[in-house]
Write a protein that binds this ligand. Structure first.
Ligand SMILES: NC(=O)c1ccc[n+]([C@@H]2O[C@H](COP(=O)([O-])OP(=O)(O)OC[C@H]3O[C@@H](n4cnc5c(N)ncnc54)[C@H](O)[C@@H]3O)[C@@H](O)[C@H]2O)c1
Length: 287
């Protein structure tokens, strides 16, 4: 399969990441089959994509005249059989192995043999996911960043079994989306979370030990290291529960105590202080 053979892309899961992934493929001229389990998730995703396209028009990234074309390329479906028409697939269903297993094995049976299956997982082993399918050499990681239409990076992750052809095609496809792909081998947390999560964790330890307030920790990193967001603001945006889950994956997968989740992070998660999504984390978002 060549880049020019890819005309239709299926995106499995229309949540936070799936709607963004569908958006960037449709914007780049691909037909997109967007699949979720229920019509209301598809409606929500199309609503979000419409709003995000409006924002891009306002910023001059897209013309008003281009918007209907982008929307017309999106085909929301709840029937998995509809993905048979896809030439490339990106999976973005919830980060639970059992859900991924069910979705990937079902998709694997429906897709043509030459079609590449990519996963957007942030922490599950690509090699283990590849092994669930009958196309492990055509399985690859495509780790988009949130918010997908805005962030330039795609970490393209090579599972142990990924062929050179599938890997190279995924790198090329990422460039066609206007993204900058970076090649990474499969390992817990890849590069993004392996480097980011210890930073967030250490920032949480600084707060727990009374070294500084969250505002002070974030100010040091923004003003002194030129980070656009402080690590604790970013943790609140990602979700403190997601951070703890990823730290567990790093701790277990790499076996090094340096990845142990900070007790304060775990305490906040226990209290239901998950960050922005629960209106409270290191900061309060009430009102
Ligand atoms: N949120 C992030 O910042 C982020 C960043 C990078 C990677 N990821 C990864 O992306 C993936 C998706 O995360 P998300 O934040 O978009 O999750 P989400 O919960 O927002 O969305 C998941 C969607 O998948 C749907 N779904 C569930 N079962 C399905 C099925 N069988 N078939 C099709 N759709 C199904 C759900 O209804 C939901 O709409 C995860 O693997 C996550 O680790 C997330």
């Amino acid at each position: 399969m060549n880049l020019t053979d890819i005309k239709t892309v299926a995106v499995l899961g229309a949540g936070t990441m799936g709607n963004g992934i569908a958006h960037v493929f449709a914007r780049a001229g691909f037909n997109v089959i967007l699949r979720d389990v229920d019509q209301r998730y598809l409606d929500r995703a199309l609503d979000t994509i419409g709003k995000n396209l409006d924002r891009e028009v306002k910023k001059g990234k897209l013309t008003e005249a281009q918007k209907p074309g982008v929307l017309s390329r999106l085909k929301p479906v709840s029937d998995m059989a509809a993905i048979a028409a896809a030439d490339f697939v990106v999976e973005a269903v919830p980060e639970k192995l059992e859900i991924k297993r069910a979705v990937l094995t079902e998709a694997d049976q429906i897709l043509r043999p030459e079609v590449i299956l990519a996963s957007n997982t942030s922490s599950i082993s690509m090699t283990a996911l590849a092994a669930l399918t009958e196309r492990p050499d055509r399985f690859v990681g495509m780790h988009f960043m949130n918010p997908v239409p805005v962030m330039v990076l795609v970490e393209v992750i090579r599972a142990l079994q990924t062929s050179d052809a599938a890997f190279n095609l995924t790198m090329e496809l990422s460039k066609k989306l206007g993204k900058t792909p970076v090649a990474v081998s499969d390992a817990p947390g890849f590069v993004s979370n392996r480097v980011l999560m210890p930073l967030i964790n250490e920032a949480a330890y600084c707060v727990m030990e009374g070294v500084a307030t969250p505002e002070a920790v974030d100010a040091v990193m923004k003003l002194g290291m030129n980070h656009p967001m402080g690590p604790l603001e970013l943790a609140d945006l990602i979700g403190l529960d997601v951070c703890v889950d990823i730290l567990h994956v790093l701790h277990e997968g790499l076996g090094d105590p340096k990845y142990r989740a900070c007790p304060l992070l775990k305490k906040y998660v226990g209290a239901g202080w998950l960050g922005r999504k629960s209106s409270r984390g290191f900061y309060s978002y009430q009102g």
